[in-house]
Design a protein around this ligand. Structure first.
Ligand code: C2E
Ligand code: MG
Ligand code: MG
Ligand code: MG
Length: 291
């Protein structure tokens, strides 16, 4: 009896493994098709200066227009794209599209810096430096109009190589940010070794603010240390005005989050910007800057 039950359990386990593998393979296949059929899009979320409300740029966030499915989270499909190597052409598409959008906005009189996420395996690709420079060259986008976001984990997997890549980008005028800061092993002091970068505090540290005293202490500490090291700080996932006010009072430089705006399609950006700037009596020239 025990043996039979054991075998049944095993076959249920085997069955669900099969299924997970099949789901994964089917997802990989659909992602490839989506790339070939141009079914990805970028949405944009503003990055705002807390003290003034000025716009520092827009983060490009990948969306998958899968007609058969509910919207899929990039956290899921980017991970699948990483496993299958599809992240390399997909990441290149993201950068190309961000450059194209940057130029479209320029043509409309909007000079906006766009921040582009690089996944860990994309950043570790030995060709990454060359690929990024080539896309920028081909698109004609000014290097200082693009910022690259690299997670702490990616930057610290191979610190020596990371530093060389980041130094080379910096020399070309590209900017970069350390994304999801606080979720990996890196210490802030390590960041002093890297060329100037924006520190993006992970939204997990922002969500419990301003009530939670421990998170207040952590975030205050990060802001203070980053400033001592001459690095600007951005708070991710700002959802409430109370968080906005608290962060502003701590001298946090920038914020991003639903309290400001949800990620939106590129077409929605000009109207959103006009309203945001009007509400603060800022002209486009005053209200948008490229760091
Ligand atoms: P991330 O780079 O840290 O992006 C921030 C994520 O937080 C975005 O989720 C954004 O929509 C979400 N977010 C912004 N404000 C708030 C808020 O106030 N509250 C909450 N709860 N969430 C907020 P999204 O678009 O689902 O992307 C998730 C992650 O997927 C990104 O995290 C990034 O790691 C990855 N990702 C997105 N687009 C790309 C891409 O083009 N390439 C790569 N390699 N990764 C991407
Ligand atoms: Mg990011
Ligand atoms: Mg982040
Ligand atoms: Mg994240």
């Amino acid at each position: 009896e025990a043996k039979r039950q054991g075998r049944n359990r095993w076959s249920i386990f085997e069955h669900s493994l099969d299924r997970a593998t099949r789901d994964r393979q089917s997802l990989q296949k659909r992602l490839r098709t989506a790339l070939a059929e141009d079914r990805f899009a970028l949405h944009y979320q503003p990055q705002v200066e807390l003290a003034t409300g000025r716009i520092a740029g827009m983060e490009a966030l990948l969306r998958w227009r899968d007609p058969e499915e509910q919207p899929q989270s990039p956290e899921v499909f980017v991970a699948i794209a990483e496993e299958s190597g599809l992240i390399i052409p997909l990441g290149e598409w993201v950068l190309q599209e961000a450059c194209r959008q940057q130029r479209r906005w320029m043509d409309q009189g909007l000079t906006l810096q766009i921040a582009v996420n690089l996944s860990p395996s994309q950043f570790q690709d030995p060709e990454i430096h060359h690929r990024v420079c080539e896309v920028l060259r081909a698109s004609g986008t000014a290097t200082h109009h693009i910022a690259l976001e690299i997670t702490e984990r990616a930057a610290f997997a191979d610190p020596e190589r990371a530093r060389r890549t980041l130094d080379a980008w910096c020399q070309r005028g590209l900017q970069f940010a350390i994304d999801d800061f606080g979720t990996g092993q890196a210490s802030l002091s390590y960041l002093t070794d890297l060329p100037t970068a924006l520190i993006k505090i992970d939204r997990g540290f922002i969500a419990p603010l301003p009530e939670d005293p421990q998170h207040r202490a952590i975030v205050e500490g990060v802001i203070h240390m980053a400033h001592q090291l001459g690095r600007p700080v951005l708070a991710e996932g700002v959802e409430t005005m109370a968080q906005w006010e608290w962060l502003k009072a701590q001298g946090c430089d920038l914020a991003q989050g639903y309290a400001i705006a949800r990620p939106m399609p590129a077409e929605a950006v000009p109207d959103w910007l006009a309203t945001w700037l009007q509400d603060r009596s800022l002209s486009h020239e005053q209200g948008i800057f490229v760091a």
